[in-house]
Design a protein around this ligand. Structure first.
Ligand code: 3EB
Length: 343
C-alpha cells in the first residue's frame, strides 16, 4: 500500500454533478433543478460529439443493437454551464466541474489518433482550469480484433492513451477511474468528468495489481487508470468505480465461467469500496454493493445476460439504476465487467 493515510485531498465540495440513466429521449427534468453538463446516449449508432441546441455536449455511442434498450446518461450540475468545442472535443463546465467528449473515427490503427484526441481533451481541461480528472469512459469498436499491424485494438488504444498521459504529466499519482470497453461501431468514443478544485483520491484494490503496473504481456503500454476515484463532497463522498472484471493480481480468473466471473467482479468492487480499503486510502467511510448506483453491466454474450442479471439483482439495491449492455470486453477471456458510483 503506497498511499499515505489521511492524504490531503483538497477542500470538500458542497456538491457534485448528479447523473441518471434514463430511457433514451428523456429530457432532463427542469423541476429537479440544475443544468445539463452533458448527455451521453448509449444507443444504436455512433456520432461525433456535438453541442445541443440548449448548449450542452451530446455524445452518441453505438452500444446496443435494439432501440428499445437505448438509454441516456444525463449529467446535471448545480450552476449554469458554458459550452464549446475545441479541436473536435466538445465540453461544458459550470465553474467547478467539466465534462468533455471526443471521438476517434474508425481507423487502421488507433494509437496516434487516440493520442491526438486525448491531448485535445487534456488541453481543454488544462486551458479551462479543470486539472483534476475523476472519471474517463472509453468505448472501442472491435476491441479484441487486431489492427492493420496485428496489434489488438484495445492495446493499440492503450498505447495512444499512455503516450498522451506521458506528454501531459499525468503520472501514476493522478490516474482517474476509467472504463475501457467494446462498442458496436464508430471507432472510439470517450468522455471525461473533471473538476477545478477537488483533487480526487485514487483507490486501488489490494487483490488486484494496479492496471498501470500490468506486465508487458498485456500490451506495449499499460492501461492508465485507478480502480476507483473518491471525490470528497459534503455528506457522503462519491466513489467512481472503474469497470471491474474477474481479474486478481493481473490474471483473468475463471475463463469460460460467467457465473464465477460475475461473482469475482462483484467481490472486487465490494473490496474496493469497502471501509477497510477506503480507510487504508485515508477516507473515513465505507460502502457496500447496496450503495452502488448508476451501474452498467457489460456482458460479452447476450445469452449470459439473464444469469448475470439474476446475480446483480441480488447484489445491488432495488432502487439502483442498472443497465445491461451486450458488448465485447477488453480481454478476450473476460465475459463480464461492471462499473458504478458508490454514495
Ligand atoms: C481490467 O481490470 C479490466 O483500459 O480504461 C477496466 C477498466 C478495464 C478500465 C481501461 C480496462 C479499462 O484491466 C479492463
Amino acid at each position: 500500500m503506497t498511499q499515505t493515510r489521511f492524504a490531503d485531498s483538497g477542500p470538500s465540495l458542497e456538491y457534485a454533478p448528479r447523473t441518471t440513466l434514463s430511457d433514451f429521449g428523456t429530457v432532463a427534468d427542469p423541476a429537479a433543478g440544475g443544468y445539463l453538463l452533458g448527455q451521453i446516449n448509449y444507443t444504436t449508432a455512433a456520432a461525433d460529439p456535438t453541442v445541443s441546441g440548449t448548449g450542452s455536449p451530446v455524445l452518441d455511442l453505438h452500444m446496443t443493437a435494439d432501440p428499445g434498450d437505448a438509454f441516456s446518461e444525463l449529467w446535471i450540475t448545480r450552476d449554469p454551464v458554458h459550452s464549446g468545442t475545441h479541436d473536435g472535443v466538445v465540453f461544458a463546465h459550470d465553474g467547478e466541474y467539466l465534462l468533455c467528449a471526443g471521438r476517434v473515427p474508425q481507423a487502421r490503427t488507433y494509437a496516434a489518433a487516440t493520442e491526438h484526441a486525448y491531448l485535445a481533451a487534456l488541453n481543454v481541461m488544462r486551458d479551462l482550469g479543470y486539472r483534476h480528472c475523476y472519471r474517463m469512459w472509453n468505448f472501442v469498436n472491435q476491441i479484441n480484433a487486431p489492427n492493420a499491424e496485428g496489434l489488438e485494438t484495445y492495446r493499440d488504444f492503450c498505447l495512444g492513451r499512455a503516450n498522451a498521459f506521458e506528454k501531459t504529466g499525468f503520472g501514476e499519482d493522478v490516474m482517474p477511474a476509467a472504463t475501457g470497453i467494446g462498442s458496436l461501431g464508430g471507432g472510439i468514443g470517450f468522455y471525461f468528468l473533471s473538476g477545478r478544485s477537488a483533487r480526487p483520491t485514487m483507490i486501488e484494490n489490494p487483490e488486484q495489481m494496479s492496471a498501470y503496473h500490468y506486465p508487458r504481456r498485456y500490451g506495449p503500454k499499460a492501461p492508465k487508470f485507478a480502480r476507483a476515484a473518491h471525490l470528497a463532497t459534503a455528506g457522503s463522498g462519491h466513489v467512481y468505480v472503474s469497470g471491474t472484471a474477474s481479474i486478481t493480481g493481473h490474471k483473468t480468473r475463471y475463463a469460460g465461467d460467467i457465473v464465477r466471473q460475475t461473482h469475482v467482479s462483484l467481490q472486487n468492487i465490494a473490496r474496493v469500496i469497502g471501509a477497510t480499503n477506503l480507510w487504508e486510502h485515508g477516507i473515513p467511510d465505507g460502502h457496500f454493493l447496496s450503495n452502488l448506483d448508476h451501474v452498467k453491466v457489460y456482458v460479452r454474450h447476450a445469452e449470459h445476460i439473464p444469469v448475470v442479471r439474476q446475480i446483480c439483482t441480488r447484489a445491488f439495491s432495488t432502487a439502483a439504476e442498472i443497465r445491461y449492455l451486450n458488448v465485447d470486453i477488453c480481454r478476450s477471456d473476460l465475459l463480464v465487467e461492471i462499473e458504478g458510483i458508490a454514495y
